[in-house]
Design a binder for this molecule. Structure first.
Ligand SMILES: Nc1ncnc2c1ncn2[C@@H]1O[C@H](COP(=O)(O)OP(=O)(O)OP(=O)(O)O)[C@@H](O)[C@H]1O
Length: 570
């Protein structure tokens, strides 16, 4: 299984091990594609016909079929399930699963062809699936309001066999109606109209109540805000959890405020973030945005669990999931050199790309992070990376950085003030460079030097001399070169020429190749159109570089003193 899949399966095991069910028999000491993991199949499975359009390359080491039917599963479907991104079939029939099957979950499964969610207790509505791909879906014997538990045809039209629906029995007409046909005619004419009117009023009433409770529903990624998941906390609760915001609970301080570990009365551990700059932001808009962020669920983003409106003074408080392994920055600065072996760094790159792809391409409206950097990429207990602090840019909280030079900030944004998803792509490129070269990148004073380092790395036949010495020579050269080439694409001067996060994720997970233009940069002096090399000649001492739409622009966006790249060693 891929590292991401292994992490998801470990979490599913925590949640779904019940009695002697299949999940409980998963043997974590062997790879899921290589041992006794009941219900899990990697590669192609004979029993299920997979149409050509669904096939993905190189599936033998990827989890492609998950069959947890009749496994006594209870509760809601955990969102981390969406991290099994190579699934072709998903069978959860015959359990006691409840709640909503969110459309959002299915964004995680671009190749899914067969789903069986029958014989559960799912309610609400059937999610909108990728109709072009899903061949067969079975939703019967659930509590979906729209179809009353019908089986759906591949094209999503309900095939109403509805065996479990009791016939609608109407009482016999009372005798006075039978004797007086005029009454009957009046009743026949008026009753249906009144029933329709009443139903309409009831539906309108429920709809308006829901709207008032969740005014931001239309702006979120998920179809519904589940208040139980992102809830209000009292100030007292947070004071008690953080030992009165004591220094011994302080995890770190960023530009937006201080971060405390909170231990709550129910035994849960969460992070309490005191936002200091947010006070300028209008009250209503602030809480609207916060609720929007709270509705976002993805295995590679840190969940916002709550907020506190009654904070004292100017501060505002947010509560997040606690990430036991801190941030990538913490791991890079730690004395333990074994914390970030190369294989883990590659998984972190991939997971971060997944999280950002989700924010950019699956949230509506899209969310631009604006603060992608090692301190905002957090590591959960399995060292799976999750993007933190997203959305805070919108409420004026993530401008600051505490890691020296603003190496992660897109120069095009600094120059033009135009913020797009490609600004995050730029920052992600720099983040890749940090993963390859380690903390020395954070100590480098200027972008010009860093750009030249990326170029040298991407072109190098053997990148060994240029990687983080803390890796002690243990790494996959091909992956290093691939990451360097992606970093080169991401840091192109012209944002339009940078890839999207979806494209980057596909290159990293092996489902797409690096574009041809990048391979051309391997030939020194080539003038490949669109490659960084041609946009930006290698800088020489004292020169600034960057050619943009006919005009020369200084790359010394921050200050001319940093512009002395080119000759330094990589
Ligand atoms: N959810 C979390 N779980 C565990 N530790 C966290 C969490 N969020 C933040 N931290 C810790 O707090 C530190 C500071 O986080 P914060 O996001 O405030 O820093 P920053 O990224 O430098 O600031 P900013 O994003 O505001 O510029 C992180 O480096 C990390 O060690």
């Amino acid at each position: 299984a891929t590292p991401q899949e292994a992490a998801v399966l470990a979490q599913l095991k925590d949640i779904w091990s019940i009695g002697d069910n299949k999940v409980n028999r998963w043997n974590e000491s062997v790879d899921a594609c290589n041992g006794p993991w009941p219900g899990i199949t990697c590669g192609l499975k004979d029993a299920i016909t997979v149409p050509k359009k669904c096939l993905i390359s190189n599936t033998s080491c990827k989890v492609t079929h998950l069959d947890l039917s009749n496994s006594s599963l209870t509760g809601e479907i955990p969102f981390i399930l969406g991290g099994l991104s190579n699934l072709l079939s998903l069978d959860l029939h015959g359990n006691q699963l409840v709640g909503e099957v969110a459309t959002q979950l299915f964004y995680g499964f671009p190749h899914l062809c067969h789903v069986d969610f029958s014989y559960n207790y799912f309610n609400d509505t059937i999610p909108k699936l990728n109709r072009a791909k899903i061949e067969d879906s079975n939703w019967e014997h659930n509590c979906f309001s729209e179809y009353g538990g019908c089986r759906l045809l591949p094209n999503m039209r309900p095939l109403c066999e509805c065996q479990n629906m009791t016939a609608l029995l109407l009482p016999k007409c009372p005798s006075w109606v039978r004797k007086n046909p005029i009454v009957l005619y009046v009743l026949v004419g008026v009753c249906p109209f009144s029933v329709i009117l009443c139903s309409f009023l009831v539906v309108m009433f429920c709809f308006l109540r829901r709207q008032r409770k969740n005014p931001i529903i239309r702006r979120t990624c998920s179809s519904k805000i589940q208040s139980v998941e992102c809830r209000p906390f009292t100030y007292q609760e947070l004071e008690e959890a953080t030992n009165n915001f004591h220094d011994n609970r302080l995890l770190g301080c960023g530009g937006s405020g201080s971060v405390y570990q909170g231990r709550f009365a129910n035994g849960s551990c969460m992070v309490v973030k005191q936002l200091v700059k947010a006070a300028d932001y209008g009250d209503t808009d602030f809480w609207k945005e916060v609720l929007t962020i709270g509705a976002i669920h993805h295995p590679n983003v840190v969940r916002l669990r709550g907020y506190c409106k009654e904070s004292r003074g100017l501060e505002r408080l947010l509560v997040y999931d606690y990430m036991p392994n801190g941030s990538v920055l913490d791991a890079l600065l730690s004395n333990d050199v074994h914390l970030l072996p190369w294989s883990r760094r590659y998984s972190i790159a991939l997971a971060t790309a997944c999280g950002l792809e989700y924010l950019h391409e699956h949230c509506s409206p899209r969310i631009i992070h604006k603060g992608v950097k090692p301190s905002n990429i957090l590591l959960d207990r399995n060292f799976t990376a999750r993007v933190g602090d997203f959305g805070l840019a919108k409420i004026g909280c993530s401008e600051q950085t505490h890691i020296g030079p603003q190496v992660f900030v897109d120069p095009d944004y600094v120059l033009t003030g135009r913020l797009t998803d490609k600004s995050d792509v730029f920052s992600f490129g720099m983040f890749l460079l940090v993963l390859i070269k380690g903390r020395q990148v954070l100590e480098t004073p200027g972008k010009a030097q860093l750009f030249s380092r990326i170029q040298v790395l991407a072109k190098a036949d053997d990148p060994s001399d240029f990687v983080d010495p803390r890796l002690r020579g243990v790494f996959d050269k091909t992956q290093i070169t691939l990451c360097a080439q992606i970093a080169l694409l991401c840091t192109r001067i012209l944002p339009d020429l940078r890839p999207t996060m979806g494209e980057i994720r596909r290159i990293l997970d092996g489902t797409a190749n690096i574009p041809l233009t990048t391979s051309l940069i391997n030939s020194p002096g080539s003038s490949s159109r669109g490659s960084f090399a041609s946009e930006c000649p290698t800088p020489s001492i004292g020169s600034c570089y960057g050619h943009r739409a006919g005009s020369f622009i200084s790359d010394c966006y921050m200050s001319s003193s940093i512009c002395h790249g080119g000759s330094d060693s990589v």
